[in-house]
Design a protein around this ligand. Structure first.
Ligand SMILES: C[S@@+](CC[C@H](N)C(=O)[O-])C[C@H]1O[C@@H](n2cnc3c(N)ncnc32)[C@H](O)[C@@H]1O
Length: 314
């Protein structure tokens, strides 16, 4: 099974079990303007095979990895990853830390290759990208306990195939997506609230969040499908903005990103409430998981079933 190429703060892999039943049975055009590690993109490619796909993220480092892997240079990228990894794996644990820090310096001073950056993502602390206040990649070295491999060559080549014919963009979300009839718009911006400060290095304030909700409503009004994810910080922010969109909530636990430290090296999962604004109804027949396999189509009259752990407010 192909997985995301790296961990990404706010990644949605764990939410797919909730979201998948809501994905329209047919997706001809797919927009994902806040791509991150692309968990939903992977699911949609496997289960819906859209004809047109537009992916975007404002993060240039991130998009350069996808671009490189999508390009004919993918084999060179893999060779470079192999070279970096083999050297790393031969080193003692202490020396691995120095090697990582030297490559991080290479990257932040603009001398590193795209493979250098991907290598850093695979070997950094918790595997999670973070930036310093001045916008430099500054995640500390990871637990450096890789034994036989640092990355999956299989996943890289699988992504190379998946990205064929995909439109890859890098910039603000608003330039990469438009309201479109029948298109599926998956909108997963940076979370609201302090806990959300994952260090993407970009300000995404409430004015942007509100603009995105307005876009989601526009896309729904144009006859498109929308799913807009966020965090419920308990201030009812989305209620007055959501218009006719449904507001679903999911209670979840997070293990990545910023977590409460119980004692040195031990973290407590953070409890949070995810919100989803959507005009997609549950397409599945009751009780079916629908994850990975084909999800049975449910006639419109039967839609709107609420799945376990999900509450729906209209
Ligand atoms: C919650 S993450 C997306 C996670 C993704 N869905 C996944 O499964 O990994 C939000 C993403 O939005 C990107 N971002 C932040 N501001 C943006 C903007 N103005 N336009 C486009 N992307 C932006 C960040 O770089 C980050 O990758």
């Amino acid at each position: 099974m192909t997985t995301p190429l790296f961990k990404w703060a706010g990644g949605k892999t764990k939410m797919l079990g909730h979201y998948a039943p809501l994905v329209p049975p047919e997706v001809t055009t797919y927009y994902e303007p806040f791509l991150g590690a692309g968990a939903m993109f992977l699911w949609v490619m496997k289960n819906r095979r859209p004809r047109r796909v537009v992916l975007n993220d404002v993060n240039e480092d991130l998009m350069s990895v996808y671009r490189e892997i999508a390009s004919p240079r993918c084999a060179d990228f893999v060779r470079e990853m192999d070279r970096l990894s083999e050297r790393y794996l031969r080193l003692t644990y202490g020396a691995r830390k120095d090697y990582y820090l030297a490559l991080r310096e290479e990257h932040t001073s603009g001398r590193g290759s795209t493979a250098t950056f991907y290598f850093l993502l695979k070997t950094c602390f918790n595997g999670v990208y973070q930036l310093s206040k001045d916008g430099r990649f500054n995640t500390a070295p990871g637990r450096i306990n890789h034994t036989s491999s640092v990355y999956s060559r299989h996943d890289v080549f699988a992504w190379h195939k998946l990205l064929k014919d995909v439109e890859l963009r890098c910039g603000d979300w608003s330039a990469a997506v438009r309201p479109e009839k029948d298109a599926f718009h998956f909108l997963d911006p940076p979370y609201r609230g302090g806990f959300a400060d994952f260090g993407y290095g970009r300000d995404f304030g409430d004015d942007q969040q509100a603009k995105l909700v307005a876009f989601a409503r526009e896309a729904a009004a144009a006859g498109g499908y929308v799913m807009l994810c966020n965090r419920d910080v308990g201030d009812g922010f989305f209620e007055p903005l959501k218009g006719d969109l449904d507001l679903l909530t999911y209670d979840v636990k997070y293990l990545a990103g910023r977590r409460k430290v119980v004692r040195k090296g031990v973290f407590e999962a953070k409890r949070a409430r995810e919100v989803l604004l959507t005009n997609c109804r549950s397409w599945r027949a009751g009780g079916q998981d629908g994850f990975g396999a084909g999800i049975p189509y449910v006639a419109p009259a039967q839609r709107g079933k609420i799945t376990a752990g999900e509450t729906r407010r209209r």
